[in-house]
Design a protein around this ligand. Sequence first.
Ligand SMILES: CC(C)(COP(=O)(O)OP(=O)(O)OC[C@H]1O[C@@H](n2cnc3c(N)ncnc32)[C@H](O)[C@@H]1OP(=O)(O)O)[C@@H](O)C(=O)NCCC(=O)NCCS
Length: 178
Amino acid sequence: MEILRSPRLILRPLIPNDAVHFARLLGPDRAGVRMTASIPYPCTEEAAREWIVQKASPEAGQVFAITHAQSGEVMGAIGFGDSPGNGDLGYWIGKPFRGKGYATEAIRRIVTHASHLGISRLFAETFPTNPASSRVLTKNGFRLTGRGARQIPARGGSRTILKYVIEIQGCPGQNTWK
Ligand SMILES: CC(C)(COP(=O)(O)OP(=O)(O)OC[C@H]1O[C@@H](n2cnc3c(N)ncnc32)[C@H](O)[C@@H]1OP(=O)(O)O)[C@@H](O)C(=O)NCCC(=O)NCCS
């Protein structure tokens, strides 16, 4: 996996020790964790480490730590699965870093990365109670395709979700941030 750069961010592959940052940022943030589909709750260091190890396997797709380009500080995570030609996008930003456009910037960078990998579309899902997440998707060109129900075991079973997609134009080499 590559290291991805954008004006304010470096997205780098997750390492098991990032569990420390997951636990620090998400441990006290029950509401934030419950907006994600798979982050463990409670997000202890041990639970986060297990999640990271699972996501770091090549079969699980590509998951990156979102770090501050200047300080290197871990601020969140973002990634997508590896279904051929498609990928499901997931992301979170720690509470102290929200509202500064970091998720918007990270998603933009990931979409460019996906296009370079020849991925033709990315899917994303949000809970209807998460307008900030819907906003960062639509700001990046994702469109709402519908509402549905999905089994999300980590979130207690069947949940209503909003579905988004972005069709990606293949544009190898076109990366203004590299
Ligand atoms: C969703 C999340 C990733 C957004 O991260 P962020 O870095 O704060 O996002 P940004 O700053 O790039 O953009 C947030 C946008 O949402 C908007 N927003 C925030 N709260 C909102 C609300 N309650 N209603 C409507 N829009 C809202 C902001 O105004 C901003 O849009 P703008 O730039 O047009 O003003 C972050 O809140 C998070 O990690 N939440 C918990 C985990 C999660 O929800 N993950 C996504 C699972 S699908």
